[in-house]
Design a protein around this ligand. Sequence first.
Ligand SMILES: Nc1ncnc2c1ncn2[C@@H]1O[C@H](COP(=O)(O)OP(=O)(O)O)[C@@H](O)[C@H]1O
Ligand SMILES: [Mg+2]
Length: 153
Amino acid sequence: MSLIHQMLYESKDFGRVDFGEFLGSLATELMSSYGALPARVSLLIDSATIALPIDAAIPCGLVVNELVSNALKHAFPGERRGQIKIDLTQGCADEVTLSVSDDGVGIPEALDIANATTLGLQMITLLADQLAADLTMQRANPTCLALRFKVAQ
Ligand SMILES: Nc1ncnc2c1ncn2[C@@H]1O[C@H](COP(=O)(O)OP(=O)(O)O)[C@@H](O)[C@H]1O
Ligand SMILES: [Mg+2]
């Protein structure tokens, strides 16, 4: 929440924020809040320097927060080791792809993201709608949720 506040503050001059920088701060914050994990789970960020308009940056920030939290909570039970990766790329012109992937246990077959009954995944679909994003999910090898959307230049 303090990071969202910081993002709003930073955007007040140009209406945009450096989303790569935000991802770095978010990653540090999440890893430290999951205390014991960093030794066996690494978090990698592969991000181009992308300035997002604030009205896209906020829903994107919430999406990444939920997806990385999910990976930390659900993907590596017991002593399982692995990696979580956040990718942010700008394709042709105004198209942005944001994905969070992990090499953990995978998302159960029974779970239908379009008709999710749990709050986290419901929020992901709502935020994807808000961004008019294309949302895709791969359950395993690696588990990956990706959003592709357009931003104003
Ligand atoms: N990265 C992941 N790896 C494995 N399972 C996952 C992952 N993300 C989500 N899940 C599964 O999807 C379920 C629903 O996620 P979510 O709606 O965020 O609810 P919550 O995180 O509160 O359990 C989780 O309980 C978990 O079983
Ligand atoms: Mg969740």
